[in-house]
Design a binder for this molecule. Structure first.
Ligand code: SF4
Ligand code: SF4
Length: 336
């Protein structure tokens, strides 16, 4: 890892120079206390002290609703389509969201790589930034509060600028092109970086005990706890849509009036919606809200090559219209 310092007076020039890598998207206020990643052209448009965005950065890599190819049945042809510009800079991504993308990489890139996801991932620059946890963040418990890889550059604010970690070849290229803007780190900067990390870890208020989580979930299969929360749940699917690790999607073919040409579209899906389990013949393999709620918690508590399917971002708790608190449910399941 290479460590550098970006003095505050060079921050604006650094930001402007990133525009050569594509459009820049950063955290912008959306209402009184909510944020979303939006296109920005100046530093002032962003609030880099944001807690979390409503929609996670997965939206840049798997479109909410995207055409994947057009087909012509008569000619037996199809044409693959990527509708957006895959070149972009995601500025100010948090560590938990970087971990979530690493999980999505396993799904979309290992075995048979998804070319749409791959194209966007290859062409995107990720600039991480330190966050300060609020009462709903529990990434420290999930081991995702610090990213050691999965980013190009990571910025840690210190008194007179940023302590920068360079995490990839693309990150090295950016630094090389902007070498006049960076300084070597001094011992004072290193000490300040260490102090800021310690302070940040001490700020976490919410903790989740993960010990035996998978067993606890399995043993709770018939628990009344699911009924209690299913009674409150509106079945709206928001928890899936805002979750940075949820990746269920639906594939639909739209055929034109000529009945030979059309397009294939994929769009985000939600396992909390009743129709998610509906299959041909009208059978629904998860017909009740209790089953859907339990399935979601089991999915989030399961491991994918050693990584949990939850990074502790707190979005599902914050944006659940029924006030269902993710950590509270798991604590009840574990008997805490
Ligand atoms: S399950 Fe909830 S807390 Fe965990 S990653 Fe998804 S939205 Fe964030
Ligand atoms: S966001 Fe809340 S109400 Fe909506 S489906 Fe998820 S748990 Fe149920």
């Amino acid at each position: 890892m290479m460590y550098l310092k970006l003095p505050r007076e060079d921050f604006d020039a650094f930001f402007k120079n990133l525009q050569e890598y594509g459009k820049i998207y950063g955290p912008v206020k959306a209402g009184s206390s909510a944020y979303n990643f939006k296109e920005v052209t100046t530093l002032d448009e962003m609030d880099l002290s944001y807690n979390r965005t409503i929609v996670p950065p997965k939206k840049f890599f798997v479109g909410l609703k995207e055409k994947i190819f057009e087909f012509d049945e008569k000619r037996a042809e199809f044409r693959e389509v990527i509708e957006d510009d895959p070149r972009k800079v995601i500025f100010g991504i948090h560590s938990c969201d970087i971990h979530a993308l690493k999980l999505l990489d396993k799904i979309y890139l290992e075995d048979m790589a998804d070319k749409y996801y791959l194209e966007r991932r290859r062409n995107a620059i990720l600039i991480g930034i330190d966050c300060h946890p609020d009462e709903h963040c529990f990434c420290k418990s999930m081991g995702t509060s610090y990213a050691t890889d999965g980013f190009d550059l990571f910025l840690h604010e210190i008194s007179d600028g940023f302590f920068v970690r360079v995490g990839s070849m693309k990150g090295h290229e950016i630094v090389a092109k902007n070498k006049g803007l960076f300084d070597p780190v001094g011992s004072e900067d290193i000490e300040e970086f260490k102090r800021s990390q310690k302070k940040r870890l001490d700020e976490f208020k919410l903790e989740l005990n993960l010990s035996g989580l998978q067993d606890m979930l399995e043993l709770a299969h018939n628990s009344q706890i699911w009924d209690e929360y299913a009674e409150k749940c509106l079945g709206c699917g928001t928890c899936n849509l805002v979750c940075p690790t949820c990746r269920c999607y639906d594939v639909i073919d739209f055929v034109n009036l000529d009945i030979t040409t059309g397009e294939r579209v994929r769009r985000w899906d939600s396992c909390m919606l009743r129709r998610h389990g509906l299959v041909a013949g009208g059978l629904n393999f998860r017909p009740t809200r209790v089953e859907r709620l339990r399935n979601r918690f089991n999915c989030k508590g399961s491991l994918l090559e050693g990584m949990l399917n939850c990074v502790g971002c707190g979005r599902c708790t914050v944006y659940c219209p029924a006030g269902i608190d993710y950590v509270e449910v798991l604590r009840k399941i574990a008997g805490d």
